[in-house]
Design a protein around this ligand. Structure first.
Ligand SMILES: [Zn+2]
Length: 150
């Protein structure tokens, strides 16, 4: 039987493989990351391509992005964390790390609001980090910048 699989929903493994292909992973690298055989990764990739009606791997990644299939595989931030919990899963390490950062940021914002909306000293002004973003006021030229090595 050689029925076309086009239009069938992708299984989790196919979505995971596509998401890692989208990030530039090779079959061998994806196999290590997902604890699968390289041949299995290739099979998942091929069946995902067929189900999406795509003509190539790149086309499949493109279609999966357009249709939002890859969006639920987002990891490492609050959105990824929420996606895990919605699927009834224990969030992965990357999503926990992102969630902790998100919660710390929320706390910081709440403290900031309580302090009257002033930015804490730890937050550098825009452009100061690499010296390119902000134009230096001309009067700064009379006082040379501090030598960080001094
Ligand atoms: Zn995750």
């Amino acid at each position: 039987m050689r029925a076309t699989r086009q239009g069938l929903p992708l299984v989790d493994r196919e979505v995971q493989v596509l998401a890692l292909i989208a990030k530039g992973g090779s079959y061998a690298e994806i196999a290590v990351e997902l604890h699968l055989a390289r041949a299995s990764v290739k099979n998942y990739a091929h069946s995902a391509i067929k189900k999406l009606g795509a003509r190539s791997q790149a086309h499949a990644v493109h279609l999966a992005h357009l249709s939002g299939i890859l969006r639920r595989e987002r990891h490492g931030d609050h959105a990824g964390f929420v996606a895990h919990t919605r699927r009834g899963e224990e969030p992965c390490g990357a999503c926990w790390a992102g969630e902790r950062e998100y919660r710390a940021e929320l706390r910081r914002k709440r403290l900031q609001e309580a302090a009257g909306g002033r930015l804490p000293a730890s937050e550098p002004a825009r452009g100061d980090r690499d010296g390119r973003g902000a134009a230096r006021p001309p009067e700064r030229r009379t006082t040379p910048p501090r030598d960080p090595a001094a």
